[in-house]
Design a protein around this ligand. Structure first.
Ligand code: FA5
Length: 364
């Protein structure tokens, strides 16, 4: 910055306003900050500036000379004030931009490796997909879908299903008991059959018979996991209560389901079995899809895999929920969802479903 000298000119020196203006112009242009322009303003147009000094000398001049010089001083001051204002504005704008640039956060900045790659989009687990497909097949056959609680009282899980306390069939279900209420009164349901009881009780209470329902859900058994068994697994329960229902309706339903879900090439069979809540009862099996019936580790060398149990609803169950067994008959079934997934997708060991190995899960 070059500021003009503020030493006072002798009274009789002529005043060169052009030179004052050009000196001021250079000083103003050279100011680099708000503080500098403030200093320049004081020196070029302040009380002790050459311009102010020249104004003070006007009074001593002849009227004509005073008028001429007065006009020159006025023009110079107007020009200098304009230049000062413009430079001050420029400097303030620059200062604001600088401050904003300093305060700015660069949200677009990307440092390689600093931001994790966008997560790959996932999809439903195979068991969930299988549950949905099975439900779809049955809904397509006219069934409604329902759900029930996973924590059950002894009554729903066993008692109402014709397994009073100490009934030997309870040993079929390795049970997890909960520390709730009296000992062994509350369980993690060992199968989805208790949902049948809920539906029938609700139907009796609301006059909602007949029933055509499927009930998918989780079940728990305190058993050692192996190629065909998990401690936490899934079943889809089926229940039909209507007038004139026979075992032929059950067999036909299972046949239609098998073809719809596995395709026409799968071999299946019903074998006589025992469940306390159905009479007669059967086990539903398909040819092992791992060995195509030859016998392997998955099917314990039998060539067949059991997918579920089924049968005609036992009159004792109808009694427990207050349905007149002379008027109504029905069938029920319970299929393993994980087993269905295993056979449909030829999974040799069911434990793969719960190991969460993405290389396995991504295949489905
Ligand atoms: C029952 O659970 C009966 N509630 C089925 C039933 C319903 C019969 C209605 C009659 C009328 P079971 O214990 O056999 O039955 O199990 C049925 C199916 O669930 C099995 O065939 C199998 O596919 C599946 N399952 C049972 N236990 C396991 C387990 N630990 N891991 C995986 N799947 C299992």
């Amino acid at each position: 910055m070059t500021a003009p000298s503020d030493t006072e000119a002798p009274d009789n020196d002529p005043v060169d306003t052009d030179s004052l203006l050009s000196t001021a112009q250079a000083a103003i242009a050279g100011a680099r900050s708000i503080e500098e322009i403030r200093q320049v303003a004081a020196s070029v147009s302040g009380k002790r500036s050459p311009l102010a000094e020249a104004s003070r000398r006007l009074g001593a001049l002849e009227p004509a000379a005073r008028k001429a010089l007065g006009q020159q001083i006025h023009q110079a001051r107007t020009a200098i004030d304009g230049l000062l204002e413009q430079r001050r504005n420029d400097l303030e704008r620059e200062e604001r931009s600088r401050q904003m640039a300093e305060a700015r956060m660069d949200l677009t900045e990307f440092i390689p490796g600093s931001i994790p790659a966008p997560a790959a989009r996932g999809h439903l687990h195979l068991v969930s997909q299988t549950r949905d497909s099975l439900e779809d097949v049955f809904v397509g056959m006219g069934f409604e879908a329902a759900e029930g609680p996973e924590i059950e009282t002894d009554w729903f899980n066993f008692g109402a299903l014709n397994m009073p306390p100490a009934h030997p069939a309870r040993s079929m279900f390795d049970t997890f008991y909960l520390n709730l209420g009296p000992p062994e009164s509350t369980v993690l349901r060992t199968h989805t059959s208790p949902v049948q009881i809920h539906l029938m009780e609700e139907a009796v209470a609301s006059g909602g018979l007949p029933i055509h329902a499927v009930m998918p859900g989780r079940a728990y058994r305190h058993e050692t996991e192996d190629a065909r068994h998990l401690a936490v697994f899934h079943q889809i329960e089926g229940l039909v209560v209507d007038k004139g229902i026979t075992f032929a309706d059950l067999a036909g339903t299972i046949q239609v389901f098998t073809t719809a879900y596995f395709g026409p090439d799968i071999h299946s069979r019903l074998r006589p079995a025992y469940f306390p809540f159905t009479e007669p009862s059967a086990e539903f099996e398909v040819t092992c899809t791992i060995c195509h019936g030859e016998g392997c580790r998955t099917c314990s060398q039998t060539g067949w895999i059991e997918l579920g149990g089924c049968g005609m609803v036992d009159p004792a169950v109808f009694d427990a929920v207050g349905i007149d067994a002379d008027e109504w008959t029905g069938f029920a079934f319970g299929f393993g969802i994980d087993r269905c997934a295993q056979m449909r997708h030829q999974i040799a060991d069911m434990r793969a479903l719960t190991e969460n190995d993405l290389r396995f899960l991504r295949q489905f």
